[in-house]
Design a protein around this ligand. Structure first.
Ligand code: CTP
Length: 402
């Protein structure tokens, strides 16, 4: 799928540069023409011969070293590229890009580039958390650069935390997504919530529900495939988030509310597939509760209704979609939730039916619209259903624009 694509790959000086040789090889194998820019620091980690070997193209290191094919290296490397990828992007390179410096081949090429730019930061976790780095990333986002968040885990320096360069396969998927023809959701910012919230009882126990997160993750994946910018606010699940989503991990309903409100302003569509606990233990025991002869009584207090709050503060132009997992009176309950929460669409499913609801790979739902329409949807794979829901959301938005 990368046949005929021109990718300029900027490699800066971090230990993760060794993974990028594999990325360059994978891109080349998929048909892309890869032109590597090595910064002086990057060349201390991996030599130019490696990158020339895996790409079959000469490697560029010097702002002033023109060649017959690249007479003015920073202009030619920028203007011919369908995509500029910077991986790993060190803290130093992020600062230079944010400030608009152009004192070497990579930074000058980035300034001259008019194509999409994908930046993959990688560094020690403390460096990554530093406000200066975070501020620079914000600035780069405001320029429209795509930032692929670093992964968490053990790093070469021996520390554990967020800062690892994502695996080449993950970067490759993101590159494919960015080079895809624009999807019908491009230009839309969407928020999807997923998973079942956990409400702590004591340090080792919690109250939760049977939500697997599959439906929410499928909605996020489908939206990414169709070009949307996706924020996924997720309660704990056993699933791997789709690459390209901005992922916010939460546990409790109150944390989910906070995470949702922090981004609600800039969203065009919100789909609340999460199963939010309606109640939480009124008191969380500081220490593990020990058993005794007497019965244990837990007092529960109400959680905020997240979707209800969004509905009350709904801006014109925003599409709100909810889910209703029911065990009885499906249509009546779902219609009541649609009205009470001021939704445009509610996806109702009877979780007692085999092949529908929690943990299943398929779902059987009814779609209820604000105008009273009801659509029966037969059993289908959750990803297929996710695409159908996005089709409906697009339809509603087009109708509203008329
Ligand atoms: N929801 C929410 N916040 C809550 C409870 C639910 O945002 N505290 C959202 C869910 O994500 C879902 C929709 O509201 O999209 C309906 O959830 P559901 O639990 O079925 O509805 P409730 O209003 O909690 O009604 P009940 O539990 O009484 O059936």
């Amino acid at each position: 799928m990368l046949q005929g694509k021109q990718i300029t790959l900027g490699v800066s000086g971090g230990i993760a540069a060794y993974k990028v040789a594999d990325l360059a090889s994978k891109l080349t194998a998929r048909g892309a023409a890869v032109h590597v820019i090595l910064t002086a620091a990057a060349a201390k980690f991996v030599g130019p011969v490696t990158f020339a070997g895996v790409t079959g193209n000469p490697v560029h290191q010097d702002l002033f070293a023109g060649s017959p094919d690249f007479a003015i290296p920073h202009i030619d490397l920028a203007s011919r590229a369908d995509l500029l990828v910077i991986a790993p992007a060190t803290a130093n390179v992020l600062a230079k890009l944010a400030a608009g410096l152009a004192d070497d081949l990579l930074s000058a090429t980035a300034l001259a580039a008019t194509c999409p730019v994908l930046v993959c930061p990688a560094m020690n976790a403390a460096m990554y958390r530093h406000p200066a780095v975070q501020k620079n990333l914000q600035v780069l986002r405001s320029y429209g650069y795509h930032i692929l968040e670093p992964a968490s885990g053990r790093m070469a320096c021996g520390t554990v935390g967020q800062g690892r360069l994502p695996e080449p396969a993950v970067i490759l998927e993101e590159i494919c997504r960015l080079l895809q023809p624009q999807g019908d959701l491009s230009g839309l910012q969407v928020l999807v919530t997923a998973g079942g919230t956990r409400e702590p009882i004591d340090p080792v126990r919690y109250i939760s529900n049977r939500s697997s997160g599959k439906m929410g993750y499928a909605l996020a994946q489908a939206a990414l495939q169709r070009g949307a910018r996706v924020t996924l606010v997720t309660a704990p699940t056993a699933l791997i988030p789709p690459p390209g989503a901005e992922v916010v991990r939460v546990e409790t309903a109150r944390q989910m509310l906070e995470a949702v409100l922090a981004v609600y302003e800039r969203m065009d569509v919100v789909i609340k597939a999460a199963a939010v606990a309606d109640y939480r233990p009124a008191r969380v025991a500081e220490h593990k509760i020990k058993k005794s002869e007497a019965a244990l009584v837990l007092e529960l207090e109400k959680n905020p209704d997240i979707l209800g709050q969004l509905g009350r503060h709904k801006r014109p132009g925003v599409t709100l979609v909810g889910f209703a997992a029911e065990t009885s009176d499906l249509l009546q309950n779902a219609a009541e939730k649609l009205r009470r929460k001021n939704l445009d669409l509610i996806v109702a499913n009877d979780v007692t039916v085999p092949g529908a609801g929690f943990g299943s790979d398929t779902n059987i739902v009814k779609l209820l619209y604000a105008d009273g329409r009801v659509q029966d949807v037969p059993q289908m794979d959750k990803l297929e259903l996710a695409h159908l829901i996005w089709d409906e959301v697009l339809g509603l938005r087009r109708q509203a624009e008329q």
